[in-house]
Design a protein around this ligand. Structure first.
Ligand code: NDP
Length: 283
């Protein structure tokens, strides 16, 4: 069996059309949705990420404000900027690009963002809303993974999903979203004794480790859906995920590529969350 590729770029385009329509409707009411993106320091990958986020806003009718600061910005100054953006009626979502320089307490910064503007869904409140099934902002990457899985038409109820990785931003919220969709969920991590034992039983596997070849073809149940969150470089410096894509696609039923799978969906869901924040504010 050769898997069908789940095209994250295509799905993103479709979802972004809806984003653009909703943004235009809000703008017509004098409430153009706005996202503030803060970058502290000059990490090259972060610079690319923020540029892509700002461009996605511009392309879809959202207002975007990009604030770049030197790596020696104080925590106090950053918190003051966030307080100002919390009070700014033009801004509906605030995103602080991670990682922050070591002298800044990232948790403190995340908690300083108004819950109404926490479009990354990283705050303790947003995490609690997800845990308890209350409406709220879902972290963009796992939210995007759910959309990718939904796009296959597969009903998750009764399925066994295995998430590899347990970070607060990807693995844990991913597992909770799958649970909410009535999948039976197993979470694996670096302390898991026999990863393949678990993944071989999975109807859906989400790999989010940041390590190449964490999931190889022989670890996949034939016909499973494989979602690859990882961003790594291969020996030739080419972008690759956590999954051995070339061989895994011969076993899976659906699989996401890297690049062109989860990546574009993460930005799309950021736009969706920002629109939702603006709609809530307006209604
Ligand atoms: P973290 O490093 O925070 O978490 C990695 C997780 O993987 C940890 O829970 C770790 O376990 C687990 N892990 C590591 N090695 C293994 C292993 N050999 N077997 C099983 N589990 C393992 O990373 P993130 O969650 O932030 O990101 C994961 C990947 O996804 C990265 O490559 C990142 O770049 C990418 N990413 C991609 C995005 C996109 O838009 N496409 C967005 C966000 C992230 P333990 O907890 O025990 O240490």
């Amino acid at each position: 069996m050769t898997a069908q590729i789940i095209d994250g770029n295509l799905l993103s385009q479709q979802l972004r059309k809806d984003v653009a329509v909703r943004a235009a409707a809000l703008t017509a009411k004098g409430k153009q949705p706005g996202l503030a993106v803060i970058l502290v320091g000059a990490d090259p990958a972060s610079q690319v990420y923020v540029r892509n986020k700002v461009k996605a806003c511009e392309d879809n009718g959202l207002y975007s404000l990009l604030e770049k600061y030197d790596a020696d910005m104080t925590e106090e100054a950053l918190l003051a900027r966030i307080a100002a953006l919390n009070a700014d009626p033009q801004i509906h979502g605030i995103l602080v690009q991670m990682p922050l320089p070591k002298h800044i307490d990232a948790n403190k910064v995340i908690e300083a963002i108004s819950p109404r503007k926490d479009v990354d869904g990283y705050s303790v409140l947003s995490a609690g809303e997800l845990l308890t099934g209350l409406p709220g902002f879902r972290p963009c990457t796992p939210y995007g993974c759910m959309k990718l899985i939904e796009s296959t038409g597969t009903k998750l109820a009764g399925k066994h999903a295995v998430v590899i990785g347990r970070s607060n931003t990807v693995g844990k919220p991913m597992a909770l979203l799958l649970l909410q969709a009535n999948a039976t969920v197993t979470i694996c991590h670096s302390g898991t004794a026999d990863l393949a034992y678990h993944t071989r039983q999975a109807d859906v596997v989400v790999a989010a480790t940041g390590r190449r070849n964490t999931l190889t073809a022989e670890m996949i149940k034939p016909g499973a859906i494989v979602i690859d969150v990882g961003i790594n470089r291969d020996d030739n410096g080419k972008l690759c995920g956590d999954v051995d894509f070339a061989n895994a696609k011969e076993v899976a039923s659906y699989i996401t590529p890297v690049p062109g799978g989860v990546g574009p969906m993460t930005i799309t869901m950021l736009l969706v969350n920002t629109i939702e924040a603006a709609e809530r504010e307006t209604n």
